[in-house]
Design a protein around this ligand. Structure first.
Ligand code: NI
Length: 226
């Protein structure tokens, strides 16, 4: 399931990150690409190997930890330290699938990438092109949301970033290993959780909400790894 979380960061927070990124040390994005994706990738990147990149990544992680929508959709077990990328005019990232396993930089820890995430930082009016296009069983989805919006999609999806033809496009990107490995199970838990939230807010029958919440946790116990 493709999940769009609006305003993970406010417009002011996104603008503050853009300001700091404008002064940060950008390098060729090929460094984190796999063999196939390295051949189709043309962008610039900042990673957690610089102090600035690490600090900015922590701002993103803190926002994720405080987002009920992110926690519900991803059920995160490990979050890869966010990286940042920039596409200037003419840059793009052709179709690829992200690597299944990544080593967390500076550690011996490896993680499985269940979900891929893009946090859009540029205002869509400030650049042309640069859409994130994700393909799934139901077709192709073209995404260009507002600054501060997060898009989560199954890491098994073929995806690309269209060429930027005006301005530049800044984003944070990272991966999540979920407590629930199966995308189907994760989608069902997300549906159930969202329905429980809606029922709770609309003053639904308490006993039913209690039983549905119990069902949610018992399914998570069945399917989750911690
Ligand atoms: Ni990718």
């Amino acid at each position: 399931m493709l999940v769009h979380i609006a305003a993970l960061l406010s417009h002011e927070e996104a603008a503050a990150l853009r300001g700091r990124l404008s002064l940060a040390p950008w390098a060729d994005g090929g460094v984190t690409a796999g063999h196939q994706s390295g051949q189709v990738k043309a962008n610039l990147q900042i990673g957690s190997d610089s102090t600035e990149g690490r600090e900015l990544g922590l701002i993103v992680v803190r926002a994720l930890e405080q987002s009920p929508a992110f926690l519900s959709a991803a059920l995160p077990r490990h979050v890869f330290p966010p990286l940042f990328n920039r596409y200037d005019m003419g840059m793009n990232f052709g179709s690829h699938i992200d690597n299944a396993v990544r080593q967390v930089p500076g550690t011996a820890q490896r993680m499985r990438t269940d979900l891929s995430a893009t946090l859009f930082l540029s205002d869509p009016d400030d650049y042309d092109g640069g859409e994130l296009v994700v393909q799934d069983n139901y077709g192709s989805h073209s995404l260009k949301p507002g600054a501060g919006d997060l898009v989560l999609y199954p890491a098994r999806s073929l995806h690309r970033v269209e060429p930027v033809t005006r301005g530049n496009r800044l984003a944070a990107f990272f991966w999540i290993q979920s407590m629930v490995k199966s995308g189907d199970h994760r989608d069902m838990l997300y549906d159930l959780d969202q329905s429980i939230q809606t029922l709770t807010q609309s003053g639904g029958d308490n006993d039913s909400i209690l039983r549905l919440s119990g069902l949610y946790h018992n399914l998570l116990r069945e399917w989750g790894e911690v």
